[in-house]
Write a protein that binds this ligand. Sequence first.
Ligand SMILES: Nc1ncnc2c1ncn2[C@@H]1O[C@H](COP(=O)(O)OP(=O)(O)OP(=O)(O)O)[C@@H](O)[C@H]1O
Ligand SMILES: [Mg+2]
Length: 146
Amino acid sequence: MEDEDRIAIDSDADVVTARQRARELAAGLDLSSTDQTLLATAISEVARNITHYATRGEVRLRIIRDRDGREGIEVVAQDKGPGIVDLELAMQDGYTTGGGLGLGLPGARRLVDEFEVQTAAGEGTTVKLIKWARAPLRPALRSHRV
Ligand SMILES: Nc1ncnc2c1ncn2[C@@H]1O[C@H](COP(=O)(O)OP(=O)(O)OP(=O)(O)O)[C@@H](O)[C@H]1O
Ligand SMILES: [Mg+2]
């Protein structure tokens, strides 16, 4: 895969590294510093969940492009931990099985443009986030006949 940045997540220090790498990638795109912070915060939450619930896993970062040439950052946080038994509950504010605030997943979802979770009890969890940069200055030409 082109330019994929893979960060093994095993400790709090790795969570910080994932955050920083995402910021570096984001700075190369037309992502505002506010958006960079929102993305970094979302990454912290999903990476912290890896260390807390699955002990270890990884975060993969890459730049993606949509059909209109708009660039974004895709984050995949993956572990082979216990999985999330009730995803619907886990996505609600305040639900925690780990003595936290239960705001990590629902908070992360609000901070990004696209958010997807795949999980199976006993198999692990994969959370995919996308934050899009602003549209390119010169929009792609779309034409249709009438
Ligand atoms: N990677 C994961 N593996 C297994 N279970 C998870 C994982 N991530 C989240 N969960 C489950 O989903 C629940 C909600 O996660 P969320 O991040 O929203 O809250 P929290 O981690 O409990 O608290 P907070 O993030 O606010 O400190 C967790 O309590 C846990 O049960
Ligand atoms: Mg959490």
